[in-house]
Design a protein around this ligand. Structure first.
Ligand code: SIN
Length: 529
């Protein structure tokens, strides 16, 4: 490819949708640290939520989204997501995207937790992410969209005007490379890999959030982390997702005494918002009881959920027995890099879309199957914005090589498992001041600080450093929010505090190597050591 106009870091649904939109106008490079077929979007089982059913409406989908997010969202942004999402999903259907259909040819719409209508489009039963990714990949021109695989971006390069204009990477042999373009887009996903139990691909370790923070971007809502209630539990660990669509088809949650555990917890029972179901399963398991999804009422389980059937078979769980052992695990980050409606960050030339971004649509807890929708909408919207605004040739008027600063040589003194255990035990499903402070103390004891320019011997060390950065941002945010809301549950502050916290946000930013937290509602700024 002769030149690159736009670099996209990450290769999930938001990245591919953006590349697809841009390819008739620009040269695009997609850089991914693994292979295109790895990553979270490929793993998505449930589907894409969109208000396209005959009885459904944007209003109803909006109501469900706001309720699941505990009203912490920007309502206008959510409405815009759903209006645009409906249009984009309809156009995907019209172009022949492989959504499952009923025998009469109509779209098959599934149900998931906290939805009041059947509105989940799915593909291949429970293989929606894979089918949709393949559909988008097929539509990309390899002349206009170049894939750089197995290279990890570990620094954002800025020019002397402070505009983001490039990335520094390490390839699979740990060799350093630089790539430049006037627009850099982060689409790197969430932070599941910071926890030992996660539905995410293990490579998803918050890289984009760390990169952006270290370059001076603003992040927010980092305390809001969704734990999916039902990961398969086998051999003393979680080993993959059991989609909420299984509960949508009628599965119920029982403990090993046969008690239906959601009874008396929430009127929606198994289809209550995820944080409520996850907390209930977690508490039950803490009492020493196992929890199972009873799937005996579901007809043709294998036909409806082929990849879950295969996952259970791989772990010697018999579907015929009708019970799948489950436990919660980290699933989705609601917070992230603060962006506007098209994905712009506070750093000119740097954009963020998909799970890595915090655009105000998910609030304290994301509604099921709104994430693929987010990727489709924000990928398209940023594409339209970039096409309209054109490539800023001025961004590259500087001498990048003068600006390349030698990185600080850093070595990492801890093992990933130590950090992950600390996150699960103290910054997991239920948090309290004592545990959060203990984990923060452990993080602060590490001989590390926030560096914009870093040098590591290996990619493994970069991962650990980024995990340390993100863990610190999550833990500090969780300590500051003294209430429970959605994916942030504090046993020492068990209630929602609408008077004090409903729309209040902490905005995190690097300040001369230290952490600056702005609380705009209280007009307060604090700098932490
Ligand atoms: C699931 O299939 O349960 C996950 C889908 C989602 O997170 O939206």
């Amino acid at each position: 490819m002769e030149k690159t106009d736009i670099i996209i870091v990450g290769s999930g649904i938001a990245a591919l949708q953006l590349a697809r939109r841009l390819q008739d106008h620009f040269y695009v490079m997609i850089i991914t640290k693994d292979e295109i077929e790895s990553g979270n979007s490929y793993l998505a089982q449930g589907g894409v939520a969109a208000p396209i059913g005959l009885k459904d409406s944007v209003h109803s989908h909006l109501k469900d989204t706001l309720e699941a997010g505990c009203y912490h969202q920007l309502e206008d942004s959510v409405k815009e997501l759903l209006v645009d999402g409906k249009r984009i999903v309809e156009s995907l259907v019209n172009e022949g995207a492989p959504f499952d259909r009923e025998d009469d040819g109509s779209l098959s719409l599934g149900m998931e937790g906290a939805h009041s209508e059947y509105r989940i489009l799915h593909s291949g039963g429970d293989q929606t992410g894979k089918f949709l990714m393949n559909h988008l990949l097929k539509s990309l021109s390899r002349e206009k969209v170049q894939f750089v695989e197995r290279e990890m971006v570990y620094e954002l390069v800025k020019n002397d005007r402070g505009q983001c204009c490039g990335v520094k990477t390490k390839d699979k042999d740990d060799a350093i490379r630089f790539y430049y373009a006037p627009h850099i887009v982060l689409a790197t996903g969430g932070i599941g890999g910071l926890y030992p139990s996660t539905s995410n691909h293990p490579s998803v370790t918050g890289d984009g959030m760390a990169l952006a923070f270290l370059a001076g971007a603003k992040l927010s809502d980092m305390e809001f982390i969704q734990f999916h209630p039902t990961l398969l539990w086998s051999d003393g660990k979680t080993c993959g997702l059991i989609s909420e669509a299984v509960r949508g088809e009628g599965a119920i949650l029982l403990n090993d005494a046969g008690k239906r555990i959601m009874e008396g917890v929430d009127p929606l029972m198994e289809l209550a918002p995820r944080h409520i179901v996850a907390e209930c399963i977690y508490k039950e398991r803490r009492k020493g009881r196992n929890v199972y999804l009873d799937i005996s009422r579901i007809e043709d389980f294998q036909g409806k959920f082929p990849s879950i059937f295969a996952l259970c078979s791989k772990h010697h769980i018999s579907i015929e027995a009708g019970r799948i052992p489950v436990s919660p695990g980290c699933h989705f980050m609601m917070g992230g890099i603060v962006t506007d409606r098209v994905g712009r960050t506070n750093i000119p030339g740097l954009y963020a879309i998909g799970e890595v971004a915090c655009s105000g649509i998910h609030g304290a807890n994301r509604l099921a199957s709104n994430s693929l929708l987010e990727g489709l909408v924000y990928g398209e919207r940023l594409g339209e914005y970039l096409i309209e605004s054109g490539v800023r040739s001025s961004a590259l008027v500087y001498s990048p090589f003068d600006r390349i600063v030698e990185g600080e040589p850093i070595s990492i003194p801890f093992h990933a498992d130590e950090l992950k255990e600390g996150m699960m035990n103290h910054v997991g499903i239920i948090r309290k001041e004592e545990g959060l402070s203990a984990h923060l103390e452990w993080l602060n004891e590490q001989p590390l600080t926030f560096h914009e320019h870093i040098d590591f011997n290996s990619r493994e060390e970069i991962h650990l450093y980024f995990m340390w950065v993100v863990s610190l941002l999550v833990t500090e945010s969780a300590l500051l929010r003294t209430e429970s809301r959605g994916g942030h549950i504090r046993s020492d502050f068990p209630m929602e505090d609408n008077a004090g916290w409903l729309k209040r946000k902490m905005v995190l930013q690097k300040n001369e190597g230290r952490l600056r937290v702005d609380d705009h509602e209280q007009n307060e700024t604090k700098i932490y050591a």
